[in-house]
Design a protein around this ligand. Structure first.
Ligand code: HEC
Ligand code: HEC
Length: 373
C-alpha cells in the first residue's frame, strides 16, 4: 500500500514537472509574427486655428496626438470599415467638395441604398456639440459610431480581424495608443475623431483674410460687401442663425420654411429634430449647417432639394413656406419671404462665394493618404 502511494507520488511529481517545463517553454517561445513592442509616447498635437476662431473643447479621454490623427486619417479613407469593403467615410465626405459628397442629392451607402439625407460638410465639426441634421448624437465619437453603423453597416469583428492582420495598422495603433493598446472599436473611433477635429478652416478664404481677421469689410468687392450688409442686416436677416461666430452656424435647430406641413401639423416628409425628440414642437426643424465652403457643397438643404446657391437665395427670397413650427426669425416685418431684388440676390451670391476655402480640398493633411503610397 505504502509503496503504491509512493509510486503514485513520483509519477505525479514527474507529470507536474513535465507540465511546468512545457508551459515555460511555450511562454518563452517567440511568436514569429510578434514584433518587439517599443513605442514612445504619442506626440501631443496643438490645433492650428484661424484668427478669431473659438477654442475647441477636446474630450480629456481622447487628446489629440500626431500619431492618433495620422491613424484616423488612414481609417477615414479605408473601406475595410464597411461590411463589404466597398466604401469609406471619404467616399461620401470628400475634401474636394468641402467634405460633402460630389453634387449628389443623396449618397449611396454600403448597401447601395440612398442615404436618408443629403451628406453634410464635415468642416469644423469638432466645434459642434450636436451632430446630424436632427442632433441625435452629442459627441463626435458617438456620431462616428452612428455613421459607421448606419452608412457602412460595419461588421466590427471582421473589420478588427482584418486590421489586426496588417502590420501597417499594428504599427500605427501602437504608435497612437501605446504597446498595450488593442485594435478595437474604441480606438478606431477615437483616432477618426482626432482626425476630424483637425479638419478646420484654413483662414485663407476671403471672408477670413478680408473681413473677419482684419475686421475691415471695405477690403471686399462692392458686390461682396453689399451681400455681407444684407446678410447681417434686418433686410436679409441671415446672421441670426448663420453668423453667430466665424463658424457660420449657431448649432441650433430651426424650421427655415423649406417645407409646408401639408396643412397638417405632422405632415413634413422629414420630421427632422422632431423625429428624434418626438416633440411636435420640433417638427420640421434642422440643425443650421455651416456656410463655410458653401459654394462647394451643393446640392443644398437636408433633402438636397435645392441644386445651386442661386436656388437657395431664390428660396429665401421667394418661396419660404409657412408651417406652425416656422422659426419666428423667418418672419420679416410680417412677411416670410424676403423679396430680394435681382441685384440683392447677386450680391448675396458674391458674399456666399467669399466663404470658399480651397486650401482644405488640396491639403495632404486631409486628402486620401493611400494615393501617396
Ligand atoms: C454613404 C455616405 C456616407 C458615409 C459612407 C459616411 N457618411 Fe457621414 N454622413 C452622411 C449623411 C447622409 C449624414 C447626415 C445624416 C443625418 O443628418 O441624418 C452624415 C453625417 C455625418 C456627421 C455629422 C455631421 C454634422 O454636421 O452633424 C459626421 C460627424 C459624419 N457623418 C462622419 C462620418 C464618418 C466618420 C464616416 C466614416 C466612418 C462617415 N460619416 C461615413 C453620409 C455618409
Ligand atoms: C431661422 C434660422 C435661419 C435663417 C434666418 C437663415 N437660415 Fe439658412 N439655414 C437654416 C437651416 C436650419 C438650414 C438647413 C435647412 C434644411 O436643411 O432644411 C439652412 C440652410 C441654408 C443653406 C444650405 C446649407 C447646406 O449646406 O445645405 C444656405 C446656403 C443658407 N441656409 C443660407 C442662408 C441665407 C443666405 C440666409 C439669409 C437670407 C439664411 N440662410 C437665413 C437656418 C437659417
Amino acid at each position: 500500500m505504502r509503496r503504491r502511494l509512493n509510486r503514485q507520488f513520483v509519477v505525479f511529481t514527474y507529470a507536474f514537472i513535465a507540465l511546468l517545463t512545457f508551459l515555460l517553454a511555450e511562454g518563452c517561445r517567440k511568436d514569429p509574427n510578434m514584433e518587439p513592442c517599443n513605442s514612445l509616447a504619442a506626440t501631443p498635437y496643438s490645433l492650428v486655428k484661424p484668427l478669431r476662431f473659438p477654442d475647441m473643447t477636446i474630450p480629456s479621454n481622447n487628446p489629440l496626438t500626431e500619431e492618433g490623427i495620422d491613424l484616423g486619417h488612414y481609417l477615414f479613407y479605408d473601406s475595410t470599415l464597411s461590411f463589404n469593403h466597398t466604401i469609406s467615410c471619404g467616399t461620401c465626405h470628400r475634401p474636394e467638395y468641402g467634405f460633402a459628397d460630389s453634387g449628389k442629392v443623396f449618397s449611396l451607402n454600403a448597401k447601395s441604398l440612398p442615404t436618408k439625407r443629403n451628406t453634410p460638410a464635415l468642416l469644423n465639426s469638432g466645434y459642434q456639440n450636436k451632430f446630424f441634421y436632427d442632433g441625435r448624437q452629442l459627441t463626435l465619437e458617438d456620431a462616428i459610431d452612428d455613421a459607421i453603423v448606419h452608412e457602412m453597416f460595419v461588421d466590427w469583428d471582421a473589420s478588427i480581424k482584418y486590421l489586426s492582420a496588417s502590420s501597417f495598422y499594428n504599427q500605427k495603433f501602437v504608435a497612437a495608443f501605446g504597446c498595450d493598446s488593442a485594435i478595437n472599436k474604441q480606438n478606431i473611433i477615437k483616432s477618426m475623431a482626432q482626425f476630424i477635429r483637425t479638419i478646420i478652416s484654413s483662414g485663407k478664404s476671403d471672408i477670413d483674410t478680408k473681413l473677419i481677421a482684419p475686421n475691415n469689410p471695405s477690403l471686399l468687392s462692392a458686390a461682396e460687401y453689399n451681400g455681407y450688409q444684407l446678410f447681417v442686416s434686418a433686410r436679409g436677416d441671415c446672421f441670426h442663425c448663420h453668423f453667430t461666430s466665424p463658424l457660420t452656424s449657431d448649432n441650433l435647430f430651426h424650421n427655415s420654411g423649406l417645407e409646408d406641413s401639408d396643412t397638417t401639423f405632422f405632415g413634413f416628409k422629414d420630421l427632422g429634430r422632431g423625429g428624434f425628440t418626438k416633440d411636435s414642437i420640433d417638427n420640421g426643424k434642422f440643425k443650421t449647417p455651416t456656410l463655410r465652403n458653401i459654394a462647394m457643397t451643393g446640392p443644398y438643404m437636408h433633402d438636397g432639394s435645392l441644386q445651386t446657391l442661386k436656388d437657395v437665395i431664390d428660396f429665401y427670397s421667394d418661396s419660404v413656406k409657412w408651417s406652425p413650427t416656422l422659426d419666428p426669425k423667418m418672419i420679416h416685418a410680417g412677411n416670410i419671404r424676403l423679396r430680394l431684388t435681382p441685384t440683392e440676390k447677386a450680391d448675396m451670391l458674391a458674399f456666399m462665394n467669399t466663404m470658399s476655402d480651397r486650401e482644405i480640398s488640396v491639403n495632404p493633411k486631409y486628402t486620401n493618404p493611400f494615393y501617396r503610397h
